[in-house]
Design a protein. Structure first.
Length: 391
């Protein structure tokens, strides 16, 4: 039987593999982990915060993270994995103040009963992206930057290294995807930076150079750690189109994307553009001039549909990593509607032939019931005559 590496390679080369490869990103703390990995400090946010408050050490947190991420990807028998990273070595400790309640740096947090995540108790207080940067502080940082790029970390990513160790011991073959942005995720720019694009463009160019220097060092480390696919970019569009004009995209974003893609190719890896939203107003720049090999977070609900991707020639040149609706159907649909979408998605993807890796339009996120993602994988396995997953 074809292995995962050959299956993924054929998909990116637009050659028909034995079956469409499967890929997924499992959001940390999602209850989908619990039946597979158990509830512990790597899978349950409340237990993690309690453990941190009690003084749990870095090595224990790291090993639990490695085992959880390995276990869930192995359970679903994916062909490509993108891991969520590990815990920081040095971080502030929360203080437990009640059942499912903590403070961190004097700010109150609690467990959200809907998502099982630990969230700010007063989310409006400094939580939005627009409040995370102080304009004067960012300006001073940009103006003071000496242009020196950091040296790549000589140590491999510890989570990737740990998961690869477990996979090798069990004879599991995967393709590993790393992910790093280089300052091109416009959706996360503070408002003043959008104003700078028009009023002080040299500051934005210099700020992006700062981000690029760090991101390119991380990229080298990820490839050295064993990642043969690198996801780049970041959100640049919303449902109505790009956050900035096509002219500004060409001036500020596209050159960095092309440079990042060139670096990834020189390192011997494949480049995947990651962005939600409607990219049709920048179709040629986003898909063709960028030089990308693949496209992830294919936002079906924003109009990035299979028929249009095929009609516009995108699917013939770029590997489509999607396109199951993670906004509506996978959150609110039935097993029947989910199975129907999986079959339709696979049929569209096989028209290339190849050029398709099955994936949700974003991830298995907090609003997606675990049973719904299981229904999607069940339908995928049934389509290709694979045995059902254990219950």
């Amino acid at each position: 039987m074809t292995g995962a590496r050959e299956r993924i390679a054929r998909a990116f080369a637009h050659q028909a593999p034995d079956r469409t490869p499967l890929f997924e990103i499992f959001s940390p703390w999602h209850p989908i982990h619990w039946e597979i990995c158990g509830r512990n400090l790597a899978t349950d946010a409340s237990l993690a915060w309690d453990a941190m408050a009690e003084g749990v050490g870095y090595e224990e947190r790291l090993e639990a993270t490695i085992r959880a991420q390995y276990s869930i990807n192995r359970f679903f028998e994916v062909d490509m994995v993108r891991l969520n990273g590990g815990p920081p070595k040095h971080c502030a400790r929360p203080v437990k103040i009640g059942e499912h309640a903590w403070t961190l740096n004097g700010v109150r947090y609690h467990r959200d009963p809907k998502t099982d995540l630990v969230v700010l108790s007063e989310p409006g207080a400094g939580a939005s992206y627009s409040h995370r940067y102080d304009e004067d502080a960012v300006r001073a940082q940009v103006e003071a930057w000496n242009g020196v790029a950091p040296e790549p970390d000589p140590e491999p990513d510890p989570v990737i290294a740990g998961v690869r160790r477990l996979a090798a011991a069990d004879g599991v073959e995967w393709v590993y995807m790393g992910e790093v942005g280089a300052g091109t995720g416009v959706a996360f720019y503070p408002p003043f930076m959008l104003e700078w694009m028009l009023q002080e463009p040299e500051l934005v160019h210099r700020w992006i150079e700062m981000q690029k220097a760090h991101a390119f060092a991380v990229t080298r480390n990820l490839v050295a750690s064993g990642c043969t696919v690198i996801a780049i970019g970041g959100d640049v569009s919303c449902d109505k189109g790009p956050f900035i004009s096509p002219a500004l995209y060409r001036e500020f974003i596209l050159p960095v994307i092309r440079e990042h893609v060139d670096l990834i190719h020189r390192l011997g890896a494949l480049a995947v553009y990651t962005s939600d939203g409607n990219h049709w107003p920048i179709r040629d720049e986003f898909f063709f001039a960028s030089g990308i090999d693949g496209y992830k977070e294919v936002d079906k609900a924003a109009g990035m549909t299979w028929p249009r991707l095929i009609e516009a020639g995108v699917a013939a040149r770029v590997c489509i990593i999607g396109n199951l609706d993670a906004r509506h159907n996978l959150c609110h649909g039935t097993p029947a509607s989910i199975a129907a979408e999986v079959r339709e998605c696979l049929e569209y993807g096989r028209r290339s032939p190849g050029g398709h890796i099955l994936h949700t339009s974003h991830s298995v996120h907090e609003d997606m019931p675990a049973a719904n993602y299981r229904a999607a994988v069940d339908a995928y396995r049934e389509y290709f005559g694979l045995p059902p997953l254990p219950r």
